[in-house]
Design a protein around this ligand. Structure first.
Ligand SMILES: *[C@@H]1O[C@H](CO)[C@@H](O)[C@H](O)[C@H]1NC(C)=O
Ligand SMILES: *[C@@H]1O[C@H](CO)[C@@H](O)[C@H](O)[C@H]1NC(C)=O
Length: 374
């Protein structure tokens, strides 16, 4: 090799090293299309934590409607739904030498139409997928040596309807995730106003429906579910009512609080979307409002599980379908689906409140934010 080549390799390594030292790679999923300005798949950005900015790294992989993505616990693979009629889930290998680059591994049926959510068990041997249009959930095994997705081992068709004449005429599974002991899975069904409970068998990847919990009120439209770190409480974002219901988890789910994610005087249309805990400060919980276009920040009483509102932060865009907090807990990125932008906030480490950084980047119809290392 020529000296020039060695020099190139040296500077390239320096760049990669610098990127790693000061920044975190972020993958963004969303809705794709055929037009020249439409998204073509999954995109990557570097979050520069020193300058508080997002740096575009370009298209990571071409894929159809990756509206929800998941990083494998090993950080070696990325899984994406393809939200389309014949729903699929696609596996990619995360390239460790080229930041933000993904290579296709394989694709499997999601066992339903309109897959919209993915989760995994802690060791990463099973993927859980919820199919919105069909109201079905499925379990797909992962070969942890290759990242390959295998054909489903667990499946359930949810049923029923509720009072909303447009959104609740049939079952619409919106999420599925294991509880922390990984013996049970919960799934929010927006269409039937129910939380489905499943026994999960890790020996063969099957699901057995055990019971259902009714939403606290008709027309709630439960969308996403999270647990506190001790699994004493369950927090459910109700999309149609823009409320969070807090439940006890053991021995059965009992609702203990219903709280709005909106200011009292806001009466325009709104749907609730994402709900997450702060990854380091467990007394703070964040939820997004599509319509009011804000993130509501709540203080969590660790003993009673109750929430109290402490802030509404404007998202500097429209329709914040998803947002996520960096693994170190210092940054929050919002994906504004209808204003085609990502907006970066910092989080005050003593109050949990959001502070705008002024950093925003354009991207077509973003709907999912995932940090490598999360
Ligand atoms: C699932 O959705 C597809 C397309 O919307 C439809 O053709 C199919 O009949 C549905 N299957 C079930 C089990 O509801
Ligand atoms: C999976 O394993 C459990 C526990 O051994 C068993 O009860 C169940 O029947 C199995 N399911 C299938 C589909 O093999």
């Amino acid at each position: 090799m020529f000296l020039r080549d060695w020099f190139l390799i040296f500077t390239l390594s320096l760049n990669i090293w610098a990127t790693k030292a000061t920044s975190t790679i972020v993958f963004i999923g969303g809705y794709s299309g055929d037009g020249p300005t439409d998204s073509k798949g999954i995109y990557a950005f570097a979050l520069d934590e020193v300058k508080s900015t997002l740096i575009p790294l370009g298209l990571s992989a071409v894929t159809t409607n990756p509206s929800y993505i998941l990083i494998h616990p090993s950080h070696k693979y990325l899984y994406s739904v393809n939200e389309q009629d014949a729903g699929t889930v696609t596996a990619f290998k995360i390239d460790s030498t080229q930041p933000g680059h993904l290579t296709l591994i394989n694709q499997q049926s999601s066992r339903g139409s309109g897959p919209c959510y993915l989760s995994t068990n802690q060791v990463g041997e099973y993927l859980f997928v919820a199919n919105y249009n069909n109201g079905t959930v499925a379990v797909l095994p992962i070969d942890t040596n290759t990242g390959n997705i295998k054909s489903f081992t667990g499946f359930d068709q949810q049923t029923g309807s509720s009072i909303d004449p447009i959104r609740q005429t049939s079952a619409h599974a919106h999420c599925i995730l294991l509880d922390k002991k990984e013996q049970y899975a919960l799934s929010a069904d927006l269409g039937s106003d129910e939380i489905y409970h499943y026994k999960f068998f890790s020996n063969n990847g099957s699901l057995l429906r055990t019971s259902t919990t009714k939403a606290a009120r008709f027309g709630d439209g439960p969308r996403h579910i999270i647990f506190d770190s001790n699994q004493k409480f369950v927090y459910v974002m109700n999309e149609l009512k823009s409320t969070i219901t807090v439940y006890n988890y053991f021995p059965t789910m009992q609702s203990i609080q219903i709280i709005s994610t909106l200011p009292q005087d806001f009466t325009l249309p709104n749907t609730g979307a994402e709900i997450i805990f702060h990854p380091k400060l467990e007394q703070y919980l964040y939820a997004s409002n599509r319509g009011h276009d804000s993130i509501a920040v709540f203080l969590v009483d660790i003993n009673t599980g109750h929430l109290s509102l402490i802030q509404h932060m404007n998202v500097q865009g429209r329709t914040p379908r998803n947002f996520n907090i960096s693994p170190d807990g210092k940054f929050l990125i919002v994906a504004n689906q209808d204003s085609n932008n990502l907006v970066l906030f910092t989080i005050d480490q003593t109050t949990g409140k959001l502070i705008p950084t002024g950093s925003t980047v354009s991207i077509s119809k973003p709907t999912c934010v995932k940090y490598l290392g999360q």
